[in-house]
Design a protein around this ligand. Structure first.
Ligand SMILES: [Zn+2]
Length: 93
């Protein structure tokens, strides 16, 4: 179907934080959890969010539910502290 192809091409690129914010606003916190759990998202992991008062999915320590800064769960820290920082500017999510 031409229409489907065109829609795919026209699909706007959005940052994961923006996508999750919109999901939260429309469907609530649990919908964001579902969205994250169903996908293998780069640099997204569960961290403790003070504002949510729970472990929330976070992108680069930014809570994907409320947008506040999260605190990494200490047991998941790498011992040597080295991290890979990727450029997400042209990534489709
Ligand atoms: Zn939060």
């Amino acid at each position: 179907m031409y229409k489907t192809i065109k829609n795919n091409v026209m699909k706007k690129l959005k940052h994961i934080t923006q996508v999750c914010l919109e999901i939260y606003e429309e469907h609530g916190q649990s919908a964001v959890f579902d969205y994250v759990n169903e996908r293998d998202l780069p640099n997204v992991q569960y961290e403790y969010c003070k504002a949510c008062d729970t472990e929330s999915p976070a992108w680069m320590t930014q809570c994907l539910v409320c947008g506040q800064k999260t605190e990494p769960i200490e047991k998941e820290f790498d011992v040597d502290g080295e991290v890979t920082i990727d450029d997400f500017s042209d990534e489709e999510l």
